[in-house]
Design a protein around this ligand. Structure first.
Ligand SMILES: [Zn+2]
Length: 418
């Protein structure tokens, strides 16, 4: 049985597979486009809850598919968005070796808009608790030059530094705590760590990234291979980038320089699927220091199979999703409104997949409701949607794998096109 291992600082791509049937298509795309180390088992704790799958099942599905395809290469397994040491234990026990720490509960998003006085009060509170364990952070960062980016070296003013400490100080202390939990859960087994702050409200400024990266190093968080900043513009699930392309590229260039300086580690692009308009720039700017994570986009290709092969089931699912949208959208960062979803034409047959599977509103509708569809939704005969979807995929496996192969060949080749 093939087992996952750390991928190191190679350009890499995460193929999240919520239904456990997508690995053959992912692998086929990877074979078309050279240059990516793959992660075939990747699921966040939230996704495992929303798909009712265990880390063991996620791992097993990938391993079985890779073994039957005769794959002998190196591959990774990512326990994504881990928030607590208990999360770490769960995925480590199933053999995962790439651990994504999500310290977002400790990020203070209000730091951007606090007054000077509020910032000072908060810095005092942080100094009074164990966040810096007696280390005087101003001595570490003020008055030093950090030649991380092209041009003049980066320097903190005390205002920048205090705000960075307020925003990320407790988060990076949590990463240290999680890093120890990961090292002890893995024992002698090799592992690697990613840190993600992508699911926070305010973009990661360059100096904040510098502070975060230097703190990870100073605190000895082991084997950090990637960091996912929150970028400017909008990285919404399942659709292309929205924002200023030139500004994104120039900021990404400086994030990569900081990652090289503090690590080196890779820049990780979360909600990374379908960002076709910026892939060439991402590939060009990051070089090898790139990891891209995708998940929901494979689920949408699975639903495309249902729309084509079992339109009556897809019609019921689409109808159910429209009823769930107002509630299910709450935990996502998306722009589609209730009114836009209400204005979608009802799905009546296979000719109408485009508004649901190729346009923004329909994709976001199907994306945010996946947990409800897979755990609670039932069809008119009382059968769970999940069973119907899995059966449809098994019956139409070659179409499913073809759709995935071409979808991800498109992703990977655009990343290489810059
Ligand atoms: Zn993420």
């Amino acid at each position: 049985m093939t087992t996952p291992s750390p991928l190191g600082l190679h350009r890499s791509f995460g193929f999240g597979d919520r239904l456990g049937l997508a690995t053959p298509g992912h692998l086929a795309a990877l074979r078309h486009v050279p240059g990516f180390a793959p992660i075939f088992a990747q699921q966040s704790i939230r996704e495992m809850a929303r798909t009712q799958r265990t880390p063991e099942e996620v791992m097993q599905a990938a391993q079985n598919a890779l073994s039957s395809a005769g794959f002998t290469g190196t591959w990774g397994a990512d326990g994504d968005h881990l928030k607590t040491p208990a999360d770490v234990q769960r995925v480590a026990a199933a053999g995962f070796c790439f651990f994504t720490i999500d310290p977002s509960a400790f990020v203070n998003n209000a730091a951007d808009t606090m007054t000077e006085i509020e910032v000072q009060d908060e810095v005092e509170r942080i100094c009074a608790d164990s966040t810096f364990a007696g280390v005087e952070f101003r001595d570490v960062y003020l008055g030093h030059e950090f030649p991380a980016t092209e041009g003049a070296p980066l320097k903190f003013t005390s205002g920048d530094l205090d705000r960075a400490v307020v925003k990320y100080g407790r988060a990076v202390a949590h990463c240290e705590h999680m890093g120890k939990a990961i090292a002890s859960a893995c024992g002698s087994r090799a592992f690697e760590i990613e840190v993600s702050v992508d699911e926070t409200d305010s973009p990661t400024r360059l100096l904040e990234h510098l502070f975060f990266g230097l703190e990870l190093r100073r605190r000895g968080v082991p084997n950090v291979v990637s960091l996912a900043p929150r970028f400017i513009g909008d990285f919404e699930k399942g659709i292309d980038y929205r924002g200023d392309h030139a500004a994104f590229e120039s900021q990404l260039r400086r994030h990569v320089a900081i990652a090289r300086y503090c690590g080196p580690y890779k820049i990780s692009i979360h909600s990374g699927s379908d960002k076709f308009s910026i892939y060439p720039a991402i590939g060009r700017v990051c070089g090898d220091l790139l990891h891209v994570k995708t998940a929901g986009t494979s689920y949408l290709e699975a639903l495309r199979v249902v729309a084509r092969c079992e339109p009556s089931l897809f019609r019921e699912i689409a109808h159910y999703c429209r009823g769930r949208f107002a509630i299910d959208r709450a935990s996502y960062h998306i722009s589609s409104t209730d009114a836009a979803v209400a204005a979608l034409p009802p799905f009546t047959g296979s000719t109408e997949e485009v508004p649901y599977l190729d346009e923004v509103v329909g994709r976001q509708l199907l994306h945010v409701t996946f947990g409800s569809v897979l755990t609670a939704g039932i069809d008119s005969l009382g059968r769970r949607f999940k069973e119907g979807i899995l059966e449809c995929l098994q019956r139409n496996d070659s179409l499913h794998q073809q759709l995935l192969e071409s979808h991800f060949t498109h992703h990977l080749s655009l990343l290489n096109a810059g």
